[in-house]
Every structure is written in structure tokens, then in C-alpha cells.
Design a protein around this ligand. Sequence first.
Ligand SMILES: Cc1cc2nc3c(=O)[nH]c(=O)nc-3n(C[C@H](O)[C@H](O)[C@H](O)COP(=O)(O)OP(=O)(O)OC[C@H]3O[C@@H](n4cnc5c(N)ncnc54)[C@H](O)[C@@H]3O)c2cc1C
Length: 260
Amino acid sequence: MNCVSPKVFLVGETQIVSQGLQDYLNHVGAPEWTSDAPSDAEKLCEVMGRLCYRSFSPGLNPNVTRVREGNKPYLANIVDVGHGSVLEHAVVNFIFADVSRVVTHELVRHRAGVAISQESLRFVRLDTLSAYVPVHIRENEKGMEVFVRTLEQLEELQLELADIFKIDEEKKFDVKKKLTSAFRRIAPLGLATTIGWSCNFRTLRHVIEMRTDPHAEEEIRLLFAEVFYLVQKRYPNLFSDYEVEMVDDLPWVRTGSRKV
Ligand SMILES: Cc1cc2nc3c(=O)[nH]c(=O)nc-3n(C[C@H](O)[C@H](O)[C@H](O)COP(=O)(O)OP(=O)(O)OC[C@H]3O[C@@H](n4cnc5c(N)ncnc54)[C@H](O)[C@@H]3O)c2cc1C
């Protein structure tokens, strides 16, 4: 058995098509407009927000005599007034590896604004089992002994089933798939696996708020702590309203503008 902890890989993000944006700015009469956004994601959210009122520069819309300058104050105001739909335009793509089926089952409850691809345990046959060991178990010698013994037994049972059904000698992939799917039924809920998770920034904010809450489960808190630190650094203006309080050595990420 392998003891593992959740790993976050940021594998994709929104990119602006500069020529297309410039063509639009020429079209709307704001060819000189630029942004000090630190990332394309933040710039795109700003553009999508500003186009609503044509607030790229004063006078472009006769009703607008002054505009909010700067990406950070602009997005802070969007969050403050709750115009969360603007944040739906930009997306991020993560792969979460070595996360348990406890985590993936909780994560997929978040339906709005996400895309999910989960490692298939009908196709991927289990051999060595990996798992995150929660702190209470980790810090208790007897608890740890039970945990490891159980995982090792379940690991042996996977190999035993593979041997009973001679799956390695099976030529038909369809049969292999059915057997693999049957064997996984005795795998533990704590089994570490992989999930691809993409979301827009409105969703990302909501899920960070929900899943770093001290009432959330330990492993998913650990996962979203890592996600939070990563995205706060990379897209600072989309998370500038967040405050962090450490609870049980993990960040509780809070804001006065919850679920925009
Ligand atoms: C600490 C904690 C404990 C939990 N305990 C349990 C539990 O015991 N049992 C259990 O079953 N679940 C539990 N959950 C899961 C929880 O009930 C939600 O299903 C999960 O957090 C998904 O969040 P969401 O409902 O905001 O949906 P998301 O998909 O994240 O949606 C975001 C927002 O979009 C809106 N939205 C999304 N879908 C719809 C819709 N169909 N109609 C209208 N508006 C929509 C809502 O405003 C929603 O808040 C728990 C979650 C947490 C964080």
C-alpha cells in the first residue's frame, strides 16, 4: 500500500486572442484600451464586464462620464456587487491526482460550471492500492495498523481475483473490462485515483469557499487549500477579497462576497 496526498496540476487556462480583442476594441471605438491585468483570465473577465456598459473610456457610452481604472479595482467591484456571471467567461483546467473516491464523490456534487473526466476503474485495473491517511488515523498507532492492514488485505484480494479469473490471459478486452469492473467493487472508498476538473472562475470561487470551510472533509480541504494558494498567486485580482484564517493547519478561505 502507498500512502499518498492530493496533488494539484494546473494544466490549462483561458487565453485571449489578441487580434480578435483588438478588432473588437476598434469596432467599439476604444482602440487604445489596455488592461494591467496580470493574466488573460482576469483581462477577459474585465473585457466582458466593461462591454456591458461600454465602460472602456468615458463618453463611449454617453451615460458614462467616468470609468473605474485598473483591473484589480474593476474586478473587486464586480465581486462586491455580485456580478458573478462575468467571472464565468474564463476557465481553468486542473488534474487532481492521488485523490480518494471520497474526494471525487464530493467534488462531483458541484455541477454548475464544471467539466469532469474521471479515471475509469472499469478500464484501469487495480493492483497496488494508494490512499490518503487522515490525521486521526495517522496519529494513532493502532488506528494506523488497522488502516494499513485493511488496505494491504484489499490489495491482496485484487491480485487473488485477478489470478482466479486469469485476467492477464484473457484476450477479449470486453471480458477484461467486465472483470475489472467486478473487482473494483471490493476496493475501498479511500482509494486514491485521478480526476480532471475544469471550471469557470465563478464556480472556482464558490467551491473554494465551500471546500476550505472547517466543516468540509479533511482531504478535500487539503486539496482546495492547494488550489486556492495556486490560483490566488496566478490570478490575484480574482481573489483579492479573500481572507485566510488557519483552522487545524488548513486555510479557511472567506469573503464578504460569498457565492457571487
Ligand atoms: C461541509 C459540507 C457538508 C456536506 N454534507 C452533505 C451531506 O451530508 N449530504 C449531501 O447529500 N450533500 C452534502 N454536501 C454537498 C452539498 O449539499 C452540495 O451538494 C454541494 O456542496 C454542491 O454545492 P451546490 O449545491 O452549491 O452546487 P453547485 O453545483 O456547486 O452549484 C453552485 C450554485 O449554483 C446554483 N445551482 C446549481 N445547480 C442548481 C439547480 N439545479 N437549481 C438551482 N440552482 C442551482 C446554486 O446556487 C448553487 O449553490 C455537503 C457539502 C459541504 C461543503
